[in-house]
Design a protein around this ligand. Structure first.
Ligand code: NAD
Length: 487
């Protein structure tokens, strides 16, 4: 069966999803398809009263279903049924996602949806295995560390991998016994809505997942500042993360997890497998058109092999196949919006005007939609915004080093610390330097997230606070209580 489809034929749910029902809405933010620039839908904006309704629905669902206090295996089974239905509905979900987002249909069906299914199953299994602790105390007492769900968790997700980002939030929060009010990005809301609807069709309590659509300033702020939301889980830019912290500090302190931006280095030593390293670096900046928090956007390469590595990367950059996200042959994503392509072009143009050499790209692709050519910049000033700012596009900068110290100094970023790549055949060096790199994740001789969901992800420095994935994400969705019983 061909995966390609006509985007005009896809029926998109134009509604919020509260208490298990669509709440129709009109108007809002005009959306354009990144692949061809055509205006195709509006995203409604929920005001505070609708967020109230969603929080009340979540509380009601917890109370009537007992989701947080049932035998945990019931939660495991329900989440597995939901995962099965997502798997069965993969094509419908993928098409909804492909129309609005930058994710090509073939990648959605190969990666995003299967990974979403896996992650929901992965988190489900914690529910009846991860518990509290019986701790050593004096003989006349018994000390317990019990854990409990928070209640209603508020989740906010970005547009770059909408379905999998929703799974990162929903999987652990629900497995841990909470209900969720989630706001997807205003640019890519549709597949997340459908994902929530599938949970009800799979027999999960209505109201356990509520989706409210809207922007950050109105809907997002109403969620993070809501007194009925006990914990906030956010993925997005560092700027929005800071605004959320501020709002939470003003409206009532509560725990939060923040997964934020990055500007990750790819450090290649001369003793590396050069073909392997160049391939990983190229994929690390081309995947999703560079619109990944983990994008390896700064190549830091040993001088003696720099030209060889750059040559191989340029070759891969020249071979990419751009195309609309609804064409199964497309392997190179558009940029999300006209605004974002303009911002990226501004940074690249300014760097070139200040003397940087653009070895390839540096301009928009001559086709409809928001496509930008894979771009490689050399000879940059150390403080160039191309090196310091998260561009969130297919722009790779190159810096060279002569020894380990220089490599580590260049790899270090003053504010970001999400991930880093390290390429060397010397495993002692790999281990030694992975502990020096100031990043929440270090990949050695590979780059990008694997399907080992047990590895938590999160940032050092201003790349974040707390972790998604792994046992840590599950545990972060339960609060601990110390109980001391005199015997
Ligand atoms: P963004 O920060 O503009 O928006 C993310 C979400 O936050 C959206 O739903 C938006 O409506 C909402 N939002 C914005 N301001 C808000 C506010 N003041 N209060 C509440 N909600 C608010 O980010 P984006 O452009 O959608 O996504 C790209 C960014 O996300 C990049 O910086 C990228 O690095 C980051 N990201 C990080 C990870 C990670 O795991 N660390 C993963 C994916 C994306």
């Amino acid at each position: 069966m061909s995966l390609s489809f006509d985007p005009a034929t896809i029926d998109l749910p134009r509604a919020h999803f509260i208490g298990g029902e669509r709440v129709p809405a009109t108007g809002g933010i005009a959306l354009h398809r990144p692949s061809d620039g055509v205006a195709f839908a509006d995203c409604p904006v929920a005001e505070a009263d609708l967020v109230d309704r969603a929080v009340e629905a979540a509380k009601r669902a917890l109370k009537t279903s007992g989701w947080g206090i049932v035998r945990p295996r019931e939660r495991v089974n329900a989440l597995h049924r939901w995962a099965d239905l997502i798997e069965a509905e993969a094509v419908t979900l993928a098409r909804m996602e492909a129309v609005a987002s930058t994710r090509p249909i073939a990648e959605l069906l190969k990666f995003d949806i299967p990974i979403t299914v896996e992650q929901i199953r992965f988190f489900a299994e914690f529910a009846d295995k991860e518990g509290g602790d019986l701790v050593p105390t004096a003989a006349d007492s018994v000390g317990l560390i019990a854990t409990e769900p928070y209640g209603v968790v508020g989740a906010i997700t970005p547009w770059n991998f909408p379905i999998s980002m929703a799974a990162w939030k929903l999987g652990p929060a629900l497995a841990a016994g909470n209900a969720v009010v989630l706001k997807p990005s205003e640019m890519t809301p549709f597949a997340t809505l459908y994902l929530a609807e599938l949970s009800v069709r799979a027999g999960m309590p209505a109201g356990l997942i509520n989706i409210v659509l809207g922007d950050g300033r109105t809907t997002g702020a109403a969620i993070t500042g809501h007194p009925g939301i006990a914990k906030v889980s956010f993925t997005g830019s560092t700027g929005a993360g800071a605004a959320i912290m501020e709002n939470i500090a003003r409206t009532g302190i509560k725990p939060m997890t923040l997964e934020l931006g990055g500007k990750s280095p790819q450090v290649v030593f001369a003793d590396a497998d050069i073909a392997l390293a160049a391939g990983a670096v190229a994929r690390g900046i081309l995947a999703n058109g560079g619109q990944a928090c983990v994008a390896g956007s700064r190549l830091v390469v040993e001088e003696s092999v720099a030209e060889e590595v750059v040559g191989l990367i340029l070759k891969q950059m020249s071979e990419i196949k751009p195309g609309p996200t609804w064409d199964e042959a497309s392997a190179y994503s558009p940029i999300i919006s006209e605004r974002q392509i303009g911002r990226m072009a501004g940074i690249v143009d300014a760097a070139v005007a200040r003397g940087a050499r653009c070895r390839t790209g540096g301009s928009r692709l001559d086709r409809e939609g928001y496509f930008y050519a894979p771009t490689l910049l050399e000879g940059l000033e150390a403080n160039s915004p191309a090196i310091t700012e998260e561009i969130f596009g297919p722009v790779l900068t190159v810096q060279t080093f002569r020894d380990e110290e220089e490599a580590m100094a260049l790899a270090d970023h003053p504010t970001y610390g999400l991930c880093a790549g390290l390429y060397t055949r010397d495993l002692s060096r790999g281990l030694r330097l992975s502990s020096r790199l100031q990043a929440g994740t270090v990949w050695v001789n590979r780059y990008g997230r694997s399907r080992d969901h047990i590895l938590p992800t999160g940032g050092y420095k201003q790349s974040g606070l707390g972790k998604d994935l792994g046992r840590e994400a599950y545990c972060a969705n339960r609060k601990s209580k110390s109980v001391l019983i005199a015997v």
